[in-house]
Design a protein around this ligand. Structure first.
Ligand SMILES: Cc1cc2nc3c(=O)[nH]c(=O)nc-3n(C[C@H](O)[C@H](O)[C@H](O)COP(=O)(O)OP(=O)(O)OC[C@H]3O[C@@H](n4cnc5c(N)ncnc54)[C@H](O)[C@@H]3O)c2cc1C
Length: 493
């Protein structure tokens, strides 16, 4: 969506191919019993810095209202609940009080986190920043695996979990694989402030659709590339594709924002070397989620929870294997409540519980399709839901008896709706790994999206801005950014 808008604003004719019946991917929402529910995108960092600027640049910022998410972490083994404040200094003070004797270590970590964040050049839309397309390798910490850093720090295990679990859960990559700098790039914003958008990811999708209408972006839903018609020239080029519906589309350039393995499958007949294939096949999947959605019945008198709240329920005090398929029962469960309005304009509070899962637990049904997976699968889902509800009632006993279950989704549901494997954040973000980003082996084909640089909405947008910069060229980019800064300046005046 970001790339389509960026190209359209420069007058390009843009066509979006979306395999699902509706656009939006994991940002899209759906209705059950008139309640709006989030497919994937639940929360993000606040719209400061480059994140806010990207939305401003797209003309969306003024229409997005941030709702602060009240955040708690529950450690199931010790039954301790931590109610986290927002802002780096506040969090530092909070942890220093909870874990006496750790202030200096905490200070060192938060300083490092800030340094890495601030020194990542592409975390700014400024025209003076470099625009690398080779990945995020800028600092020595890019080559340090988080687990190795932690061995030297010797944080108390509970503090280690509190400090690092959230970012690990937001990219589905375990501590023994993720680099210290990737971790910090994700955690810096999350430590600062957690927000959701009023209207969830659906607010962004609606704005996109409105802008697409105005700028003439064509959106073909239920559509994917069935065949790339290669040019009979020396270079590997393709300016014509045939869709699954038999439509022929011609174009100058084509950008894939789908999963790398999906890209590989689409372009593989054109590949002359095995390098690209080998690289893509070496990628491993991030975790997926099992999700349960429910409507919360009326509040008890005097009970007035926040407009949005999140409790991270961590089953084990062991960061090392969190999000690792090696120990699937070391789980992180997000228990999120949101107060908003249903499609009839009535007050409506919803509960979403999501827990990380790996493909092994649904392997029995992996060759089945939605709506046709049999009774045992129904029993699996029912048991999963019951387990999630028990965890929820441990930390929110006030919700017992007040829930109306609306829907649930397994990894297979996500797979059938969204990406080839159903993982939440695409591939794992490993230290030393070069993701697929920028130009592909078919010379006028490119890749961006959440698999390119960093996962999540922020990472997907970031990759789009960087790729767009590369494709339109430096002079055009600088001109656009200059205009943007001028209009921002006049807004501020
Ligand atoms: C359960 C879950 C929870 C998440 N929680 C958060 C969160 O709280 N915060 C956050 O920032 N991010 C979260 N994410 C990730 C976030 O939603 C994505 O990073 C974001 O939507 C942008 O990703 P994207 O555009 O790269 O991919 P997606 O949103 O997955 O979009 C890819 C689109 O491509 C389409 N597609 C796939 N294959 C093809 C094909 N062959 N042809 C045509 N179309 C195709 C899909 O249908 C989809 O519409 C979550 C994701 C999931 C699944």
């Amino acid at each position: 969506m970001t790339l389509a808008l960026l190209f359209a604003r420069q007058g390009a004719r843009v066509c979006v191919l979306e395999k699902a019946p509706f656009p939006g991917g994991s940002m899209a929402r759906f209705l059950r019993n008139s309640c709006p529910l989030d497919t994937g995108f639940h929360f993000t960092t606040s719209l400061t810095g480059a994140f806010g600027d990207m939305f401003r640049f797209l003309g969306m910022r003024e229409f997005l209202r941030e709702v602060t998410v009240d955040k708690k972490i529950f450690l199931a083994e010790s039954k301790r609940m931590f109610h986290l404040p927002h802002g780096h200094e506040n969090i530092l003070e909070y942890y220093a009080k909870e874990f006496p004797g750790t202030r200096e270590k905490l200070r060192n970590f938060f300083d490092l986190e800030r340094k890495i964040y601030e020194n990542t050049p592409l975390f700014s839309l400024d025209e003076n920043t470099v625009s690398p397309l080779t990945g995020l390798n800028f600092s020595p910490e890019d080559n340090i695996v988080l687990a190795d850093y932690l061995k030297k720090q010797n944080f108390p295990p509970e503090l280690e979990l509190l400090l690092f679990s959230f970012a690990i859960c937001c990219c589905g990559t375990p501590a023994e694989e993720i680099s210290l700098s990737t971790l910090c790039r994700i955690s810096y914003g999350l430590h600062d402030r957690l927000v959701r958008f009023d209207g969830g990811g659906g607010a962004v999708v609606s704005l996109f659709l409105e802008m697409a209408r105005k700028t003439g972006i064509r959106i073909l839903t239920g559509t994917s590339v069935a065949k790339c018609v290669m040019e009979q020239s020396g270079k590997t080029l393709c300016h014509r594709i045939i869709t699954n519906k038999g439509q022929e589309i011609t174009f100058d350039s084509c950008v894939f924002t789908t999963h790398p393995k999906d890209i590989l499958e689409t372009i593989s007949p054109a590949l002359k070397t095995a390098d690209f294939r080998e690289r893509v096949e070496s990628f491993q999947e991030s975790c997926g989620f099992f999700t349960l959605w429910a409507k919360i019945g009326p509040e008890k008198e005097g009970n007035s929870p926040a407009d949005a709240s999140l409790i991270s329920y961590l089953s084990k005090t062991r960061l090392a294997t969190l999000m690792s398929p090696k120990e699937p029962d070391n789980t992180a469960t997000g228990i999120m409540t949101v107060k908003e309005h249903d499609s009839n304009g009535e007050n409506c509070e919803t509960l979403t519980i999501f827990e990380n899962v790996f493909p092994e637990e649904t392997a029995l049904w992996q060759d089945t399709a939605r709506g046709n997976r049999g009774e045992a699968y129904g029993q699996y889902k029912a048991k999963r839901c019951a387990d999630l509800l028990e965890k929820c009632y441990t930390v929110r006993p006030d919700l017992r008896g007040r829930l109306q279950i609306l829907d649930s989704a397994s990894l297979l549901t996500y797979r059938d709706f969204l990406s080839p494997f159903g993982s939440a954040y695409g591939i794992r973000q490993k230290s030393g790994q070069f993701n697929i980003f920028g130009r592909l082996p078919v010379r006028n084909f490119y890749a961006a999206g959440q698999n390119a640089l960093l996962p999540g909405a922020f990472g997907a947008m970031q990759s789009s801005f960087i790729l767009w910069r590369k494709m339109v060229g430096e002079p055009a980019y600088r001109q656009e950014i200059e205009n943007f800064h001028k209009s921002k300046g006049s807004e501020n005046r």
